[in-house]
Every structure is written in C-alpha cells, then in structure tokens.
Ligand binder design. Structure first.
Ligand SMILES: [Zn+2]
Length: 304
C-alpha cells in the first residue's frame, strides 16, 4: 500500500487477530483442565435439561441447593469458588430473587463466564395474569411470577436456549449436542401430550397450593391455581377463613404443599375442609419424572 514492498507479515497478523476476535465473539471457549463445559445453574430443575443436552461434556454446579428457597438463599464462599472456574451461567432469567440479589456478585468472581438468560422466548407473566380466582386478585400487584420452569412448554423453550449456547461455546461437539437435544425434546413433547390428555376431562378446575408456584403449569392445562401464601406471606386468620370458604365452594379436598416452605396453615385448611395435605416439589432435579408425579397428584385431587 505504501509501495515499500512486503505487507504480507503485517496482513497475516491482522488476519490472525480478526479470526481470534471472531472466535471470542461467537462465545467459543477454552474448556480448560476439566475438558468439560463447567456450568452453573440457579435451581435444581434446570439440571436435567443441561445434563441431558450436554451429557458427559458438561459438569453442573447448582447455586440454590435442595431444601433451600431461591427466594431467600445466598451463595456460600465455596460456591463462589465454583463460579470462579465456571464457563457458563445458565440463569433462569425470570426474576428469581437469588439471581436478582446475587448476579453481580457471581459476575465479579469471573469476568469470562458466559451468562445465558434461559427465559429468552418465554412470556413472563405477572401473578395476576394467570387463570386465577377473582378473590385471589390481591396477588396482582404487578409482580412478575418467576416460576416459568413449571410449565413443560416453557421448559422446552429454556432447553432450546441451553442447546444453542452449548453449540456456540463448544462447536466441536455439535453432533453430540444435537443428538442429545433431539432425544430430550422428544421426551418433553411426550410429557406435554400426556398432561394434555390427563387434564382434558378437568378443564377449568381449581387446585389449592401453598406457594404460588404453579400458575404457568395451570395455564398450560387450563387449570386455575389458588394459593394460600400471598406475596410470600402466610395468611392471617381472616385470609385463612376466606380460603376455607373458597376451597369448600370449589370442592377442593387436597391442599398441595411445597417442601421448601413452612406449611402449617395448609394443615389448618385441610383439617377444616376434611381434606388432606399432599406434597408437590417445585425444585426437584429430575424434571420430567417430577412433573409427571405432580400432575398425577393434582389430577388425583379432582376425584372423578
Ligand atoms: Zn417460588
């Protein structure tokens, strides 16, 4: 260009820089010593999609351990060390308190960690936007409902985001990820169909749970979630009395409780309506099996 002869080495360096830059931009990662993609997830239900799609190519650490609530948990120092060596953080992305409160701390541990929002493509609703009882409108204070993963349809979308991120970060193993993803999606679709058939005869029914986690699940199946807890609080005596009336009105005989919460008020209601308390888990690691288990329990509560 300047006529002084040999631009080739300079050009070569420029070309090399461009290709390195492209690799970086496309999120391609160096798998480091473990030789695996080191993944951080927020809650256990995300584990199945990551482990099924990633197979032996991923290693997963969860931030909110079993038995803890993602609404209140803080990471331990040992967990921050896991984050420091992680390749990617798969956030739920729907406003889970743990993520709102701790994302910046997690990022501070590791500048290179790719952060993927798994809720991309999922419609996040406010509590009051689900199929809900009029008397439950007190939930509707413009708060977004973070429990998106409990709809298998949403979970399918989240799995797609995990799949695309793994393909981009580790394109050498594209074939494996694709095969795993297709197989897993087939199982999820079978679950979705199974639930639709199961709940078809119960169109429009109400079910009563302690924690307001099952709104998206209900929306998928045209069921209405009624909840005991309101805005993370136990009901007072008046609220409790109103709930007992409503439960009677809707022929509710089962009160569903989530093991992460103190559910003494559920016992009170169950006793008053001559019903029973049944446990359902919104944070179990084995997703498909757990959702099927919950569905069977909720369907069982509808009687004939
Ligand atoms: Zn919750």
């Amino acid at each position: 260009m300047d006529g002084k002869g040999n631009p080739t080495p300079y050009l070569l360096v420029v070309l090399m820089l461009i290709s390195v830059g492209t690799l970086f931009l496309s999120g391609c990662i160096d798998l480091g010593e473990s030789g695996k993609v080191d993944v951080i997830i927020t809650i256990e239900p995300q584990r199945e999609m990551v482990e099924r799609i990633g197979g032996d190519l991923v290693s997963v650490d969860v931030m909110v351990p079993t038995g803890q609530s993602p609404h209140s948990y803080s990471p331990l120092p040992s967990q921050l060390l896991d984050v420091a060596v992680a390749d990617v953080y798969f956030m739920v992305g729907s406003g889970v308190e743990f993520e709102i409160n701790h994302l910046s701390t997690l990022r501070e541990q590791n500048d290179d960690m790719v952060v993927v929002d798994c809720s991309e493509g999922v419609e996040i609703l406010e509590f009051g936007e689900h199929h809900e009882e009029e008397a439950e409108e007190s939930h509707d204070h413009g708060t977004e409902d973070p429990h998106i993963w409990l709809s298998p349809g949403n979970y399918r979308t989240m799995a797609g985001n995990v799949y695309r991120a793994l393909m981009e970060m580790d394109p050498d193993n594209e074939g494996t990820y694709s095969e795993n993803y297709e197989a897993y999606i087939e199982e999820l679709d079978a679950l979705i169909l199974e639930l639709e058939i199961m709940f078809e005869p119960h169109d429009g029914r109400e079910f009563l749970t302690y924690h307001p986690g099952w709104g998206y699940f209900g929306d998928d199946l045209n069921l209405t979630q009624m909840t005991i807890e309101e805005e993370g609080k136990k009901p007072g005596p008046l609220g409790l009395a109103a709930l007992i009336d409503q439960a009677r009105e809707h022929n509710i005989t089962v009160v569903y409780v989530e093991p992460q919460f103190d559910t003494s008020s559920a016992e009170v209601i169950a006793e008053s309506i001559g019903g029973e308390v049944v446990q359902i888990d919104l944070l179990a690691p084995n997703y498909i099996e757990n959702i099927r288990d919950v569905a069977v329990k909720i369907e069982g509560g509808f009687g004939n």
